[in-house]
Ligand binder design. Structure first.
Ligand code: SF4
Length: 322
């Protein structure tokens, strides 16, 4: 079997909490708490969960925009956590990010041409004519016209701005794109266009995606496999069809019951979860989901379930499968 393009092992990220008069560290928020997964070349892995579950933190750690507290990130076999800052900057040619809010991530004072030229300059394309040619090519690739290059971000609609964000990510021919809620801020009709564009680009350029979303409905059509996060943990991971048709983890079942998904037999009665997501600064003992789980058992409050393969290629962290 070939090596995955990306392999993450035991990744953790904690943020210190400071308090008191002296501002000493009084605790920590465990935003990502020991997660492992891989993405094969050309594949899309969807990562889903409610806000604050650690999915965006995970995405940012892959580019080391946030430094991991522990764990390894192997990209083409090389551990990114061991790279110097300057080597990591070079590595970002291979791994690019598309952000949720294209407006906030595009410099409002720069023309689109300048925005798209910037990554080319950063990654050493010295010839101005070559940069101009690439910018024109990028605009066409994402369905915009070359005259759009002279305009500023505020002159575009949300969907067009996200096309610019995607063009910028593609500028230096990356292999992996981390897309952090790329369609969440867009109208539903525009969402489909941007998702289709991303799928077309994936086929054309052999791209690999980590696609982060809070909505299981959004990731279904674009993902080959889907991981579900809860309170810093991946609680279930399986190929897309299996996860949607026969989820194992009670949290995934609850999420799925809330999403109207056509053509899925699973659509059953809505499961209303009680209580709020616990604070990652004070995570519960045992299963992180036990305070809200409709299937909670005695051991769930004290013993953390292991994340393990419960069927071939289907992973879950739940005592129901032990
Ligand atoms: Fe529910 Fe227990 Fe499974 Fe956690 S381990 S999801 S509390 S049944």
């Amino acid at each position: 079997m070939t090596e995955p393009l990306l392999k993450v092992t035991n990744l953790k990220k904690s943020f210190p909490i400071h308090g008191g008069l002296l501002g000493r560290q009084v605790g920590e928020v465990k935003a990502v708490n020991d997660i492992s997964f891989f993405i094969n070349k050309g594949e899309t892995l969807g990562l889903v969960g409610e806000s604050g579950c650690g999915k965006s933190t995970t995405g940012r750690m892959l580019l080391r925009l946030l430094e991991p507290t522990e764990g390894q990130i192997f990209f083409e076999g090389q551990d990114l956590t061991k790279l110097s800052n300057s080597d990591m900057r070079k590595m970002r040619k291979e791994i690019q990010m598309v952000f949720q809010d294209p407006f906030a991530s595009l410099n409002p004072r720069h023309t689109v041409e300048k925005i798209l030229e910037e990554p080319l300059i950063v990654h050493g394309v010295k010839d101005k004519a070559a940069r101009k040619k690439r910018v024109k090519e990028l605009l066409e690739t994402v369905g915009l016209n070359s005259y759009h290059g002279k305009r500023y971000p505020h002159q575009f609609s949300g969907g067009q701005r996200q096309r610019i964000g995607i063009a910028r990510a593609l500028a230096v021919h990356p292999k992996l794109i981390v897309a952090d809620e790329p369609v969440s801020a867009l109208d539903v009709s525009i969402q489909a266009q941007v998702l289709n564009l991303m799928q077309d680009l994936q086929k054309e350029f052999g791209l690999t995606y980590l696609f982060i979303a809070h909505d299981l409905g959004v990731v279904r059509h674009i993902s080959d496999r889907v991981g579900v996060m809860y309170l810093g943990h991946i609680v279930e991971l399986a190929d897309s069809e299996t996860l949607y048709e026969s989820p194992k983890h009670p949290y995934t079942e609850a999420l799925l019951s809330a999403v109207p998904i056509p053509d899925v037999d699973y659509q059953k009665e809505r499961i209303i979860l009680q209580g709020d997501v616990p604070s990652p600064a004070n995570p519960p003992a045992g299963c992180p989901f036990h305070a809200r789980c409709p299937k909670v058992m005695e051991q769930c409050a004290s013993i953390r379930p292991e994340f393990k393969e419960v069927e071939p290629g289907h992973y879950a962290a739940c005592h129901l499968y032990e």
